[in-house]
Write a protein that binds this ligand. Structure first.
Ligand code: F3S
Length: 396
């Protein structure tokens, strides 16, 4: 791979140890994927923030980089393992909290904005169409490529951090126009409304086409929240880092030859697959990906004057919670016994053995709730999840 003088000096250690290590990672990646050169990135989103995933080895690595590493571009963080200010209300131990705060402190020393959210585009990390960035959380990556039209590979935590510390990433994969073409047209033969329907659509498409890039046709409208939900589920169940929706997302794709259909029955089957048997619900989790202020306002309205029985988390970014505080939504929600969980979520928090059955409106939440935390899952609309929180039961 060809390096500029500046990049060569980074690799030789002339810009410090953290930059040298980072450039080594980026060069190794570039060699593996056949990149010809490095390109600048305008922003970074770093995953691998929860101490539940990092452990002491990860923390040591971050502490070493933080000795002389400073980010060169706007960089934000994925959710941490707890609410950084109110971890006690989520039942997080002091021991875990102290380790988690050390992790965040190391990121902060590097100049990273400790936003802790999987929806960086809602809190000021918003690239423009065509820009190259290095993001790592899969739903954010897919939203970035598809809805914003900026370009990013799905980075691992270390490679995203390396891009932040050098300002570069190797040019391969989703940074190249030829790899951003749709290869299969997916005709949607049913009406879609709400984040639940778009989450089920992502599950159905992902399972049919795997990681191919689809051009989705037949969808008349989609809100930001619906696109956020689709981005999460299509990446989770299929692995693609990009989709197009005709008439909705910015398009530079040709119409593909291969065609498939998604019907109402496919969506029903997806919903059924994500709902386990049984009536009891002891955890309700909304905000996967992190809730927008519009979603929080809706939950506050639906919950007003009620009391919840099950543990109920609405997960969001800290800055979105601050808006909710100002608007009185947080009080309306927390008066019912529900909790706004900022900086974290019901998947990355260390709550594996604390709950048995989680109700959610998120297809991605079901996948990881089962896989990582061994929960049984129920999927339904926000309204249905709220009923489950109030009664502690799931009504089929
Ligand atoms: Fe975000 Fe956690 Fe879901 S990181 S996408 S809320 S699993």
């Amino acid at each position: 791979m060809e390096l500029t003088k500046e990049q060569q000096e980074m690799l030789e250690g002339k810009k410090g140890n953290a930059v040298r290590k980072s450039m080594e990672i980026l060069c190794a990646l570039g060699e593996i994927y056949g990149a010809k050169k490095m390109i600048p990135v305008s922003s970074v989103q770093v995953a691998g923030v929860s101490y539940d995933n990092l452990d002491d080895a990860g923390l040591e690595y971050l502490a070493e980089l933080a000795q002389d590493g400073r980010v060169r571009v706007l960089t934000t963080l994925n959710p941490a393992g707890m609410d950084l200010m109110e971890w006690k209300k989520l039942g997080i131990s002091d021991e875990f909290a102290s380790k988690q705060l050390e992790v965040v402190e190391a990121f902060s020393r590097m100049g990273i904005i400790t936003s802790c959210t999987c929806t960086p585009y809602l809190i000021g990390n918003l690239p423009r169409f065509g820009e190259s960035v290095a993001w790592s959380e899969s739903s954010a990556v897919t939203f970035c490529n598809s809805v914003i039209g900026a370009k990013t590979n799905r980075e691992g935590g270390p490679s995203a951090l390396a891009a932040a510390l050098t300002g570069f990433t190797p040019e391969y994969g989703m940074h190249l126009e030829e790899n951003r073409q749709a290869v299969v047209e997916v005709k949607v033969k049913t009406k879609l409304k709400g984040t639940l329907a778009f989450g089920a659509l992502g599950e159905a498409i992902g399972k049919k086409i795997g990681d191919k890039i689809p051009l989705i046709t037949g969808v008349k409208e989609a809100s930001l929240e619906e696109l956020k939900s689709l981005s999460a589920s299509i990446a989770t169940y299929g692995g693609t880092a990009m989709f197009y929706i005709k008439g909705i997302t910015p398009s530079r794709t040709k119409r593909p030859q291969e065609k498939i259909e998604v019907t109402k029955d496919d969506l029903k089957a997806a919903m059924k697959e994500m709902t386990d048997d049984g009536e009891e619900v002891d955890l309700v989790g909304l905000g996967c990906p992190h809730a927008s202020i519009r979603e929080i306002a809706k939950v506050a309205e639906l919950l007003r004057g009620r009391k919840v029985k099950a543990e109920f988390w609405i997960c969001t970014a800290r800055t979105t919670k601050e808006l909710a505080d100002r608007m009185g939504y947080t009080k309306a929600i927390e008066d019912t016994g529900a909790k706004i969980a900022a900086d974290t979520c019901m998947v990355v928090a260390p709550i594996k053995s604390k709950f048995k059955v989680m109700a959610t409106d998120s297809a991605k939440g079901c996948y990881y709730g089962r896989g990582k935390n061994k929960f049984k899952t129920k999927i339904g609309s926000v309204e249905k999840c709220i009923e489950a929180a109030v009664t502690g039961k799931w009504k089929p």
